[in-house]
Design a protein around this ligand. Structure first.
Ligand SMILES: NC(=O)c1ccc[n+]([C@@H]2O[C@H](COP(=O)([O-])OP(=O)(O)OC[C@H]3O[C@@H](n4cnc5c(N)ncnc54)[C@H](O)[C@@H]3O)[C@@H](O)[C@H]2O)c1
Length: 253
């Protein structure tokens, strides 16, 4: 049985993962960390990571960027691998993550969903065929009306995985309203729709002469991120120091 510490246990994702793990025979949460303590959990909860004295095989983190420095120091000192899901890390923090990964296993992904990460893989294969055949590539993403950033980090990550196959020669076009001209061959248009409570939709369109191929991922609840994070924790426990991502989890399946 893999023993996990849930960092940010009383937040939205922390509670989602607590529910998922409760129904999983392969992993258990042995401790939680959260300064907000007004939630009843089946495991002990500590206000800070430094106060946590429970042995574990892995830490799952969905907390706050401000909490990540102390988390990295703890992971290195105690030699506990971390599934790092918190977003919005600064450049300095990303450098600290890279430094820490030389001493302990760290898995980081902007989107923990197995579906999106598998889609990235499929897109690379599709791009290798369709780009040479002259297909135009466009991305449409849709999210709820509370989302602050546009386009979504996931849309950019999808475009990046496509562009990797294209030797990073394609430019991203987020706004065609300013220039009155035809699209460039080497561009990927990325369009954002915001409305209602859409959890997250990403559509990648390969449009050629007389045929269109569309790949579409729809997240119907935040549970998809939780499931991916639990899979990642099972994968990461016991791994040697290094930087891992969800592609490693999928490849190991
Ligand atoms: N990578 C992904 O796939 C993915 C998916 C969803 C959310 N996220 C990210 O995960 C993070 C958390 O998301 P959420 O929706 O659960 O947010 P949330 O605000 O509901 O929960 C965050 C929790 O972290 C706690 N926290 C604050 N400071 C802490 C500290 N020092 N130590 C431990 N816990 C602390 C808060 O009290 C809160 O309970 C965000 O950065 C979000 O963008 C990533």
């Amino acid at each position: 049985m893999i023993r996990a510490i849930m960092h940010g246990c009383n937040g939205h994702m922390g509670q989602t993962i607590s529910r998922l793990v409760a129904e999983d025979d392969g992993i258990e949460i042995v401790a939680g960390v959260d300064p907000y303590t007004e939630v009843a959990n089946t495991y002990p909860v500590f206000a800070t990571i430094d106060a946590c004295d429970v042995d574990a095989d892995v830490i799952i983190d969905f907390s706050n960027a401000k909490a990540v420095d102390a988390l990295l120091d703890y992971a290195v000192a105690k030699q506990v691998p971390v599934v790092l899901c918190t977003t919005g890390l600064s450049e300095e923090q990303l450098a600290k993550v890279a430094e820490a990964s030389k001493k302990v296993a760290i898995l980081k992904a902007a989107n923990m969903s197995l579906g999106i990460n598998t889609l990235m893989d499929l897109l690379k294969k599709a791009t290798a065929v369709f780009a040479d055949a002259g297909f135009d590539i466009e991305i449409v993403e849709k999210h709820h009306n509370q989302k602050l950033d546009a386009p979504s980090g996931t849309a950019i990550a999808l475009a990046d995985s496509i562009n990797e196959v294209l030797d990073n020669e394609y430019e991203y076009n987020y706004d065609r309203s300013k220039d009155r001209k035809k699209r460039e061959k080497k561009e990927i248009g990325i369009v954002s729709v915001r409305g209602g409570n859409i959890v997250g939709e990403h559509e990648v369109i390969f449009a050629g002469m007389d045929e269109v191929i569309t790949f579409k991922h729809t997240a119907t609840s935040k549970g998809v991120f939780g499931k991916g994070a639990v899979e990642a924790a099972k994968f990461l426990a016991g791994k040697a120091a290094g930087m891992y991502d969800m592609q490693d989890v999928i490849a190991a399946k």
